[in-house]
Ligand binder design. Sequence first.
Ligand code: DUC
Ligand code: ZN
Ligand code: ZN
Ligand code: ZN
Length: 510
Amino acid sequence: MEYDLVITNGVCVTASDVAAFDIGICGEKITMLAPSGSLASATTKTLIDAEGGYVMPGGIDCHVHLQEPSMFGKGSSSDSFETGTRSAIAGGTTTIVAFAPQQRTEPSLIAALDAAHALARDNCYCDYGFHLLVGNAGETALSEVPLLPARGVTSLKVYMTYEALQLRDSEILSVLAAARQSKVLTMIHAENGDVLTWLTERLEKRGLVAPRYHSNSRPPILEDEATNRAISLAALVFQTPILLVHISDSGATKRIREAQTRGQPVFAETCPQYLFLTREEHLDAPPGFEAAKHVCSPPPRDKAAQQDIWTGLRNGTFSVLSSDHCPFNFDDDVNGKKTCISEEFPVGQFRHIPNGIPGVETRLPLTFSATTTPEGRLPLSKFVEVTSTNAAKLYGLYPKKGAMMPGLSDADLVVWYPNKGSAKRPAALDGLTITNSMLHHDVDYTPFEGKPVDNWPRYTVLRGKVVWDRDGAGIVGSKGYGAFVEREKSVLNDIWQKVDMDGAFDEEKL
Ligand code: DUC
Ligand code: ZN
Ligand code: ZN
Ligand code: ZN
């Protein structure tokens, strides 16, 4: 047997097992798992000695915004498909699912999808797919939902907030009914947009416009209420499956848990900003506009909420941990800069700060480090489940992605350094903290500056090719190697089973 790549001496971690195996790779696929050390002398073009470090399926980040127009004025999110996917592989992520944004002025979903393809094609370092972001739920868009699965798109996102994109409840219901019919999963950004506008106006009347007041304009109750409403709307449409994105707080988490306990197919996502940043940090940021670096929606919450989010990850309330990478430069005169100071607004008001932060590269290192600390925030297999395997299942990529099944899975892997206590571990990893200068995105800051990490992806392998070699040339993959992946319907927890039994939404049966 001749291999193209062998990884020997690693401890393989999947969503179900932790065990020492060697991995044999032919072409783009994993073709062999063998007893540890047994492939060390196999015939292979390339041999990687993992030196006892963990080897896992590559990270899958299904919530990434690249080259999207800003909803807050001029410009667009600062990473391109090139720089965002370059940043992804340097952080161990081998597949992203980005958004194809349909603007309100654009009736067609297909046109939005074609436009996103044109931006991404030949520009990506990692594999990629698209969710359709529905900004206009008119007849054209609804009639196009059935066309999406054949184009490899099996999920939509709708917003319950932001004037430019917010859908009314009736529009959300129409999207849910159409999505149900085509077995397309609906992702929902649940914050009450009207309440947030009302609070923003009141804060502004009192001159409370500094970045820190962004979080006063979106207290947890907005998320709790909208989450509950989204769950109710989905229940009305015969319990159509939904996924609530970027959940930040205890109240919304409880609503989701309760719905799941009732048996409703409600899935949820959280993000590193709700595990590693807090509202207190944001409020204590130095004076001036520094706090704008933490402005994302929902905003980071307090310590107690942070604990509840960790608990929700452990107990399965959250199926996936995504980055919600949506970066804007802090200081950039061309694009939607975070300082949002312009001739028109010389003071700068939180209302104009683009919402979103970078995080596609730091997602795995931050969370993995928390996993392997003595507190053991997550079991190792749970880490793989929420950062890779569940994303693959939820978004129709499994077992091509998110798994290590010989003959079936792409050879998408991340190899970590050996853990503390191993003589093979580089001393420089001890005390490592995140700095923006070590990241590969095209953003002038990271909100995770100074956060400790005790490991980092040493190698990232995408479809059998080493694309990131931290001890070598760093980024060794090439732009354009990343390919569009056509997604199937979701298979997580058999989410379409009830739809098969109950059929299409029919108001006569209510
Ligand atoms: N929602 C997102 O999903 N990303 C960035 C901004 C937002 O509100
Ligand atoms: Zn959102
Ligand atoms: Zn903040
Ligand atoms: Zn987002």
